[in-house]
Design a protein around this ligand. Structure first.
Ligand SMILES: [Zn+2]
Ligand SMILES: [Zn+2]
Length: 138
């Protein structure tokens, strides 16, 4: 699965920096983090959102976010800041998944894309219903 170039506006600078970290990360590679967020490989460091039915809760810090990273092993969501607590830099030693304990924990981010895919799907459904309806009427 290749990573498509990010569409839409670039991620705001402030969302590429963690702000809620529980402990200081001396080995945080912030340039790499910014790159990963900008390229859409990691969820932006969102401001915690209100629970509005669409926000998703990070099972580790219990904040709500517009979207989360997904654990490659078991599909569990995790926010970028919690992920950084586990793996602050590329040099961090491999950790186990905090949810299912799979070795060599890794995440992927499809949040934003999934949302736009959902929207696209809805639009396509709408148009096909619309077209079908029209065909029947003709
Ligand atoms: Zn979290
Ligand atoms: Zn897992």
């Amino acid at each position: 699965m290749g990573n498509a170039a990010p569409r839409g506006p670039a991620v705001e600078e402030r969302l590429t920096q963690p702000r809620r970290l529980v402990r200081q990360l001396s080995d945080l590679d912030s340039d790499r983090l910014r790159r990963l967020i900008r390229s859409g490989d990691l969820a932006p460091c969102f401001d915690a959102a209100e629970e509005d039915g669409r926000a998703v809760e990070c099972p580790i810090c219990f904040h709500f976010y517009p979207s989360l990273n997904r654990s490659k092993c078991c599909g569990k969501g995790i926010c970028t800041e919690c992920f950084l607590q586990l793996m602050p830099s590329k040099a961090s030693k491999a950790v186990h998944c905090p949810f299912c304990k799979t070795a060599a924990y890794a995440v992927e981010y499809r949040g934003a894309r999934t949302l736009s895919e959902k929207k696209l799907q809805r639009e396509q459904n709408f148009y096909s219903e619309f077209l079908t309806g029209r065909t029947e009427r003709l």
